[in-house]
Design a protein. Sequence first.
Length: 290
Amino acid sequence: MGDATKEYADGKVVTISEEHIGGVKIWGAGIMEDPVPGQKRGKGVQHLTSDHWVGDVGVFIHDNLPELREVVRTGKALGDGDAYRFYLNQCNMFFIAAMKEGLRTEASRQWWLLASWYCLAAAEVDGFDYRKYTVEERAAKKEFFYSSYLPHGVEDGAGRDGTRPGTVTAAESDKGPWRTPVKVSALIAPLARIDLIPAVSLERLGLHNELCTLKWGVEKSSDWLVNGFPVAKRVDSVKRHLDEAHRREHHEDAIAHLIWNFMAIYHVVRVFPKLNNCPCYDSLVNEARI
């Protein structure tokens, strides 16, 4: 930052900030430098994230928030290592439940969204060496994940209902504006809690998208969004990356691969249903009993 910039810094309109481009903020706003100056490398590629999946995960969280709060509370009580194991095994079980019906029923698609959420939660608390953050910063991000779901003031072991006198309970928190019935209107979108999709997990998905552009090129990396793919073959990747995540293999970010597969398969099932070539095993069982 030059002397001329310092001269104009009056502490009100212009303030000095070495973290921002030009070394200043104007009216408290500044532009951060890219991780690699002049490039977008390391910021992820967000346009390759399916809006169908993000939107429906957000609606799913809204519709099941009280239950998800208790799941998060359980994970926090277990601690990071056991929470990861708990979340990932739940992810695996609901994946299996969805595949038994071949993603052909509404229930199985809801189970798929729940498996997606559990996968995102596992990624939020795992031990992968995500070097964007220091150990301390990553710990703070994990705490933010827990606190975003758990009402302010609720403490573990504070009583049979988990609260102390005067604290906000989960039931009271769920009466916020996002839980208030809203009159149906063309101007009101489906109520969602996209803000509660685990943030670090979404970052890692964006970074995975960026790495895909390096491997396949920008245009080919978006082919699945506009043309789809046979779903059954992609399920192989889900199972493979689930196994890697269970074994905590870190030669790649296995759980970011897994999140991508949950997203991509859901997108194709929603947008290109004819490409869903997964059998509904439960219907086969029922037919065999007749």
